[in-house]
Design a protein around this ligand. Structure first.
Ligand SMILES: Nc1nc2c(ncn2[C@@H]2O[C@H](COP(=O)(O)OP(=O)(O)O)[C@@H](O)[C@H]2O)c(=O)[nH]1
Ligand SMILES: [Mg+2]
Length: 443
């Protein structure tokens, strides 16, 4: 599935790995290759632009942990950013002590009925008793289609061939199957066209009638980035619990559909990868990205990168515990905080960190200042970074001029550094160790 996308990404990675040197030019070319591949897969240009800028910035500016080749580090960055674009996948965990109701909605032809068969099969394999309600009263042959699929997997289908009120069928079907203690009841619906308000109204009414535990919106992966609008239109009318993207086999635009759906904030639970009953996969973004980039090598690379990062952090922490905190350590720590997400969240999660004199209102300000801090630290000589006590007023003036800030800014940085150092000494690095442990758990 997604062959073109995979080939494009893997060939960009291969080119990067094979290049003799690795400077700005190669990195930019690598990012451009990725960009082209994503646009071809119909990923929304805004998403592509943001994604590529982020990858490029990180690739150019981030220092790999000692021991990790720069190329590997860049591939890891690519992996991280892909996983973050795709968001979290959804996991379907249904309790066995009740009748779980799953409502399937989506426009006609998106693959609802086919997917119901696949999902029923998957749940039967997990030992659930599954029944299906045929509440698509609009499409001729809809009942027969569902019955044909479900016969092959021994799943009963409730239908009322003479009834054309889908809400009644749904309600009565559910009641009947509930009586028979089914663990899961999946309700199939019609899906004429998304523009038809009537359809959305009907979905709303069915939803109110059956009170689904989860509503799956089924989206055709071949529509690419238009999936965004479609997902939003449905969601405005019916609370969508999760999304299933179908026809990922052969869909040149499947990547665009996935990115678009993830951009709505909805979780993708499954992807359909063919017409057969077993062609349904649970969607696990990290695994998915791994496959796109060529998992075999990547898994080893990611593990190595993590080990090296932890080792580097530990070395740093040991030094800091001995009360030795250089400006470089300071910067690295601040940046690793940033990498973990919002500084505020982290500071709040660490009791005792308030000793660093970071009153709440200052946190945002600090986040904003971080890029200047980097410039200032870069303007220092190696000796100054190792031993900031050397920083007299003359040197401060030079650094301020060299990094385009005021002398007061430099003094402010030094003050914060000293505060951090004294906290570090007092707590023997305990707080940072807690932090490191959290970091390694997050990876
Ligand atoms: N290649 C491929 N075809 C699919 C997939 N899912 C559904 N289809 C096909 O899409 C068409 C419409 O599917 P159907 O389940 O009837 O859609 P519905 O109108 O939403 O119920 C059928 O021909 C299916 O075989 C998939 O994952 N891959
Ligand atoms: Mg159907």
């Amino acid at each position: 599935m997604l062959d073109r996308l995979r080939e494009g990404l893997q060939s960009a990675v291969k080119k990067l790995v094979g290049s003799a040197s690795l400077d700005e030019k190669e990195i930019k070319e690598f990012v451009r290759d990725i960009q082209r591949t994503l646009l071809y897969a119909d990923v929304d240009p805004h998403i592509v632009l943001k994604f590529c800028q982020k990858v490029e910035l990180r690739a150019l500016e981030e220092k790999p942990p000692p021991g990790l080749p720069r190329k590997d580090h860049i591939i890891k960055i690519l992996y991280d950013e892909f996983a973050s674009v795709l968001g979290e996948g959804g996991r379907l965990d249904l309790p066995t002590n009740k009748t779980n109701v799953i409502l399937m909605i989506g426009i006609q032809g998106s693959g609802k009925t086919t997917t119901i068969g696949k999902l029923a099969r998957l749940l039967v394999k997990r030992n659930y008793r599954v029944g299906v309600v045929a509440a698509d009263t609009f499409r001729p042959g809809a009942i027969r289609q569902l019955e044909t699929i479900c016969e092959t997997i021994n799943v009963p289908v409730y239908s009322q061939p003479e009834e054309n009120n889908s809400i009644n069928v749904a309600r009565e079907g559910l009641a009947k199957l509930k009586e028979q203690n089914f663990n899961v009841v999946i309700v199939d619906t019609a899906g004429r066209h998304k523009e038809e308000q009537g359809l959305l109204q009907e979905m709303k009414e069915i939803s109110n009638a059956v009170h689904p535990d989860i509503t799956f919106l089924v989206i055709d992966g071949t529509i690419g980035r238009s999936a965004f609008k479609q997902a939003e239109a449905f969601h405005r009318n019916v609370p969508v619990g999760g999304i299933i993207v179908t026809k990922m086999d052969g869909a040149a635009k499947g990547g665009g559909a996935l990115a678009a759906v993830a951009a709505t904030g909805a979780r993708i639970y499954f992807v359909g990868t063919g017409e057969r009953i077993d062609d349904l996969e649970q969607f696990v973004p990290t695994r998915f990205v791994g496959r796109l980039l060529g998992m075999g090598d990547l898994q080893a690379l990611l593990e190595r990168a993590r080990d090296l990062e932890i080792a580097a952090d530990e070395k740093q922490v040991k030094r800091m515990m001995a009360g030795k905190l250089t400006m470089n350590d300071f910067l690295a720590q601040i940046e690793s905080l940033k990498k973990m997400g919002s500084l505020r969240k982290i500071v709040e999660s660490l009791p005792g960190f308030s000793q660093m004199n970071l009153p709440e209102k200052n946190i945002e300000e600090i986040e904003g200042k971080m890029k200047y801090w980097r410039a200032m630290i870069q303007a220092m000589t190696k000796d100054e970074r190792e031993d900031p006590d050397l920083l007299n007023s003359q040197r401060i003036r030079r650094i301020a001029r060299g990094s385009g800030v005021t002398e007061r800014d430099v003094k402010d940085l030094i003050m914060r550094y000293k505060q951090a150092k004294s906290v570090m000494k007092a707590s023997k690095g305990r707080q940072f160790r807690t932090l490191m442990r959290q970091m390694s758990r997050q990876q």
